[in-house]
Ligand binder design. Structure first.
Ligand code: AMP
Length: 397
């Protein structure tokens, strides 16, 4: 089966075209600046050169039609015609409490996704536009929605409720939802597979450290807690997001800066995190370089980031009454050994001895802790697109 995996943002559309039998990525790419002057499509076939084409894309339907054109191009395409696209898997950011699993998209599902729009006003409407565009061009092709929040729907109320009046949960569904669920699910399953164990017998902490960062406690195969909340702003310090802070800071800063609470939230989402703290960059490669050059703020930033990760790990050990596996994933988790080393310095009490030589590994599945460790620490590269492809096949077959 050939599955087109779509991750649609408000002005962008990422895609991967995957042969589900071999799990080979036949082609992938990105449409940028949709609806804005200067839009372009990047197309990278598995066996060919990367192409960047400047092309007007007034809307997402045009973007999807260009993706199809690229995939079916007689010279550089990877399939003959539209008929060779067997299914489409859509990444949907927020499924609220309505979706605890992936689903085949029909009118009812579209309506239910739309009802979650107020929980993710930037993302869900864009995801819906992506679905509508694909439906317009491929009306007969089955489509599946895979939700970022679904895996965390197994959290118990004690993990998802905030200490605010209960009526806000009842009336407005204010609660922790968690995100990156597809990744936490994929990585915890993969960690168990690599260790030759059943995930149902393990307590796993997944540290998804990328530009967005979240951490989860996966007990017996189910998410029992995670660090992101109602929105992806809560939890760890991220590339540009603040993560946890005293909620009173919002009005305090609004008064000091003479801006609205909404504008403070923009600062907390876009100008904070390691970017705001370090004054260097949101990119950990730049941070690491600055740290090695003796930049004091870069050092403090890496230490603060790692300290927060270590504190969350500790709290999830408490939540699960133990831990068997700590799995690092995503851009920073897979690549930035200095962060793993800094976090590891707090974890001696767990009996996980990360071998400094192995800790230099990056970007591949590898066990970092030495043989005698009570807790296995490992890198497990995430692959959300493959996870979406697998979910799509599972439902469509
Ligand atoms: P993601 O959101 O998972 O794509 O991760 C993005 C983050 O991962 C950025 O902060 C990058 O600096 C970091 N990252 C990606 N690749 C590397 C690498 N090879 N070495 C260090 N950090 C990396």
């Amino acid at each position: 089966m050939n599955v087109l995996v779509i991750n649609c943002g408000s002005s962008s559309l990422k895609y991967q075209f995957i042969n589900s039998n071999t799990e080979e990525v036949l082609a992938k790419g990105l449409c940028e600046r949709i609806g804005i002057e200067g839009s372009q499509i990047t197309y990278q076939p598995a066996d060919g050169d990367k192409e960047v084409t400047v092309a007007p894309m007034p809307d997402h339907t045009k973007a999807v039609s260009l993706v199809i054109e690229k995939l079916t191009n007689p010279v550089t395409g990877v399939v003959k015609s539209l008929d060779d696209i067997d299914a489409v898997g859509h990444r949907i950011v927020h499924g609220g409490e309505k979706f605890a699993t992936s689903v085949i998209i029909d009118d009812e599902v579209m309506k239910a996704i739309e009802e979650c729009n107020d929980l993710a006003p930037l993302h869900n409407p864009a995801n819906l536009i992506g679905i509508n565009s694909c439906k317009a061009l491929m009306p007969k092709v089955p489509m599946v929605a895979v939700f970022d929040t679904a895996f965390h729907q197994t959290m118990p109320p004690k993990a998802y409720l905030y200490g605010i009046p209960y009526s806000y949960y009842e009336d407005f569904k204010v609660r922790r939802y968690g995100f990156h669920g597809t990744s936490h699910d994929f990585v915890s399953a993969e960690a168990a597979r690599v260790l030759g164990k059943d995930r149902k017998d393990l307590k796993i902490i997944v540290c998804h450290l990328g530009n967005g960062a979240s951490i989860s406690a996966v007990k017996n195969g189910k998410s029992v807690d995670t660090s992101m909340g109602l929105t992806p702003l809560e939890g760890l310090i991220m590339g540009t997001r603040s993560g946890d802070l005293d909620p009173a800071i919002v009005t305090f800063l609004a008064n000091k800066l003479e801006v609205s609470a909404e504008e403070v939230l923009t600062i907390l989402n876009k100008k904070s995190g390691v970017y705001g703290l370090s004054r260097v960059s949101s990119d950990f490669r730049d941070l690491e370089k600055a740290y090695r050059e003796g930049n004091e703020l870069a050092k403090i930033t890496l230490e603060t980031f790692s300290y927060h990760v270590a504190k969350y790990i500790g709290s999830y050990v408490a939540a699960m009454n133990g831990v068997d596996v700590i799995a690092y994933t995503a851009g920073v988790g897979e690549n930035t050994s200095i962060v793993r080393a800094m976090v590891g310095e707090y974890l001696g009490y767990l009996g996980t001895n990360v071998d400094p030589e192995r800790n230099k590994m990056r970007g591949e599945t590898v066990i970092l802790s030495d043989e005698g460790s009570k807790v296995v620490t490992m890198i497990v590269p995430t692959n959300e697109e493959l996870a979406i492809c697998r979910e799509t096949v599972r439902l469509v077959k």
